[in-house]
Ligand binder design. Structure first.
Ligand code: AMP
Length: 283
């Protein structure tokens, strides 16, 4: 057994994991980012187990919640393009003003705008010594996926799914604390098993603590008509993204049927088995 795999076996995911801090160096290529869909470049130090992962899933699936918890457990940053974009909008910059109009209609932003904020975030992280990442909300189009595959040594693409009627309820139940930035959900979901073999779904609310209660807000794009539009956009855009990653042998499908406390203990051991794997090692 290698020392890396022995180290992996010793780890328990519930602990704070500076030892998981692993992973790959963000390369100078980030600074060469140009317009269009050319995006950040990443590389993996072969001597270290790597976590260069992408989380895919429709709006409302809980991608951000899972990505942030997994990232924290494994000691890598959770980088969500949606969060970066909302921060840019909040800053009141002229780029943010241009983004706001598009985002509030539930449409995808032009690649150049997304790339700019993603690049800035990665460059800042690199300066601060971040290694590896879990990407959430990127890539969203085939062009972004192809570009990412060219420039990054992606080890895993986790494809989260959830029944559509639950997705709408979850989006409408989303609440963001404008004070600390944490996400909560007031939706209380219990769907019986479907006659067609669909599993029962039980997802209790993810309640905010009392200190966040006065600061909770609903995202401007979490209105029902906008959510339905975003789901349609996702369906159209996700197929080629998924296909690009499937061709690369990177996709692991994971259907959600329960809340976080029941799901994380199922998900974490699965993810642990992918630490350090690269596309070219997959069957
Ligand atoms: P999210 O929080 O991931 O749902 O993103 C919120 C909004 O930001 C989306 O509806 C898009 O308008 C925009 N956005 C986020 N990521 C991307 C991306 N990779 N490409 C284009 N637009 C994006």
């Amino acid at each position: 057994m290698t020392s890396a795999s022995a180290a992996l076996q010793r780890r328990a995911w519930r602990l704070p994991m500076t030892t998981y801090a692993a992973v790959s160096n963000l390369k100078d290529a980030l600074d060469r980012l140009a317009g269009g869909c050319a995006t950040a470049g990443f590389s993996t130090d072969a001597a270290q187990p790597s976590i260069n992962w992408v989380f895919l899933g429709p709006p409302g699936v809980g991608k951000g919640t899972y990505a942030s918890r997994v990232a924290k457990a494994f000691g890598v940053p959770h980088i969500a393009t949606g969060d970066l974009i909302r921060a840019e909008i909040k800053s009141g910059s002229s780029l943010g003003e241009q983004m706001k109009a598009v985002v509030n209609q539930g449409k995808l932003l032009p690649c150049a705008m997304v790339d700019q904020v993603l690049h800035d975030r990665l460059a800042r992280g690199r300066q601060e010594g971040e290694r590896g990442f879990i990407l959430d909300g990127y890539p969203r189009t085939a062009a972004q996926a192809e570009q990412l595959l060219k420039t990054a040594d992606i080890g895993l693409v986790l494809n989260l799914s959830l029944r559509e009627e639950v997705l709408v309820q979850k989006c409408m139940g989303r609440r963001l604390c404008r004070h600390c930035g944490k996400n909560y959900n007031v939706a209380d979901i219990h769907l019986p098993a479907g006659a067609d073999g669909q599993p029962e779904i039980v997802m209790p609310p993810l309640s905010a603590p009392p200190e966040c209660e006065p600061h909770l807000e609903t995202r401007a794009d979490d209105r029902e008509e906008v959510i339905r539009h975003r789901l349609e956009v996702y369906k159209q855009e996700s197929k080629p993204v998924e296909e690009a990653f499937r061709r690369a042998g990177l996709v692991v499908d994971f259907e959600l049927v329960a809340g976080i406390p029941e799901t994380l203990p199922r998900l974490m051991p699965l993810l642990e088995s992918y630490i350090g794997r690269h596309a070219n090692e997959r069957a």
